[in-house]
Design a protein around this ligand. Structure first.
Ligand SMILES: Nc1ncnc2c1ncn2[C@@H]1O[C@H](COP(=O)(O)OP(=O)(O)OP(=O)(O)O)[C@@H](O)[C@H]1O
Ligand SMILES: [Mg+2]
Length: 372
């Protein structure tokens, strides 16, 4: 798994033979700056994209294979004992806002290379089948969240705060979910620009600033926040250029120019406000909210969510036995297992697809395809 933050490639070794699934080992490979910059260059249209994409597709496939083999070596598990690798790949472009026939979502990290170098059957390209069935191709993690929490639950929600944030709303026989908007992505951009750090460690910088209510409301006018689910978004909408443009318009309209620290505090409030608004969708009387993704390390976000959700217990997914940063990699391991078993991985009520479908493509390993 590697998400829109472009921070790292993450691998989780998961045992699904019992319930709940067990996270046996995990390993991250932080992206080196040159690779990060090359990937970033493909987030916006530019020169020589196809050659750059082709090379990066192979390179990410090789890095994924190396990461998996190192993970297995550390864990003392032979590649032959592994049923499959679920590889999300790196999203370069996600265009769910187009008419259904022109929608697409593009992930790279060549699964042929992963299967060839590891000898392990690889399942990849999870999003495009949902799009072909009329869906957004995202979010895909809600099905795993529902599996993990089981059917007998009080209304609760999971919130994944990556570059973009997404929520899953669960109740007995109910599973909804959508992207709420920015997670850490805009804060990462602003922190890099003003402090030269890739992210605001602990949310300490944001905590020193003051949220500017008028600016927050100006941002909340972005049509994405008002639009009803199914919906998903990405860096195509919420990126540095969006933020700079918004700040420029706000300054032109009001004459107000904020100190960078106050912009950071307001960005944290934007993430919290859009998440809490999302959690109020469908008027579920939530009892528990579980946070995962890198944003769970941001104290300012956790505090903001707790304030915005009074009466609701807000904890990280560690309370469910899943370390916050490993939920998404575990979800894609589970989705691979669903695919190999011929079972659907999408939730039509979440993505808007016309039907539940088996997601992804299967790239056989040395032993062919084995379903455990
Ligand atoms: N100690 C920390 N303090 C504050 N923020 C952190 C910390 N560690 C990680 N983060 C934030 O988490 C982000 C990475 O989170 P994560 O890997 O969940 O996102 P992602 O790769 O974009 O995934 P996706 O978009 O698919 O959910 C970093 O960019 C950073 O903003
Ligand atoms: Mg990440």
């Amino acid at each position: 798994m590697s998400g829109t933050s472009l921070d790292a490639l993450d691998a989780a070794l998961v045992d699904f033979s019992g319930f709940p699934p067990k996270l046996l080992a995990c390993r991250s490979y932080p992206f080196q700056e040159a690779l990060r910059q090359s990937l970033l260059s493909l987030f916006t249209p530019g020169y020589n994209e196809i050659d750059t994409l082709g090379a990066l597709d192979r390179q990410l496939g090789q890095l994924s294979a190396e990461l998996v083999l190192e993970l297995l070596q550390d864990a003392g598990v032979a590649p032959a004992a592994i049923s499959a690798i679920g590889s999300h790949g790196q999203t370069l472009r996600h265009r769910p806002d187009r008419t259904p026939d022109l929608r697409f979502s593009l992930q790279i990290s060549d699964p042929n290379t992963i299967a060839q170098l590891t000898g392990i059957t690889t399942v990849a390209d999870f999003r495009r089948r949902d799009i072909a069935a009329g869906g957004q191709g995202a979010p895909l993690v809600p099905a795993f969240h529902q599996y993990l929490l089981g059917p007998d639950i009080a209304p609760c929600a999971l919130v994944n705060i990556g570059g973009i944030a997404n929520v899953t709303l669960l109740d007995q026989n109910l599973c909804l979910g959508f992207d709420t908007g920015p997670g850490n992505g805009l804060m990462d951009y602003w922190c890099q620009r003003h402090l030269g750090h890739p992210f605001d460690a602990g949310g300490d910088w944001a905590a020193q600033g003051q949220c500017h209510t008028e600016l927050l409301h100006h941002w909340l006018n972005e049509p994405y926040f008002q639009s009803p689910p199914p919906k998903s978004t990405g860096k195509e909408t919420f990126n540095g250029a969006w933020l700079e443009q918004q700040l420029a318009t706000f300054e032109a309209d009001t004459g107000v120019r904020l100190a960078p620290v106050d912009v950071q505090a307001t960005l944290a409030a934007l993430t919290c406000r859009s998440i809490t608004a999302g959690l109020q969708h469908n008027s579920l009387q939530l009892t528990n909210v579980y946070i995962c993704g890198g944003g769970s390390f941001n104290g300012c976000l956790l505090e903001g969510l707790r304030q915005g959700l009074s009466g609701v217990s807000v904890q990280t997914t560690q309370a469910l036995g899943v370390p916050a940063q490993w939920m998404e990699p575990m979800a894609f391991a589970w989705l691979a297992q669903q695919t190999l078993a011929g079972l659907a991985g999408n939730k039509p009520a979440v993505t808007g697809a016309s039907q539940a479908v088996v997601l992804g493509g299967i790239y056989p390993g040395k032993r062919g395809i084995h379903i455990n």
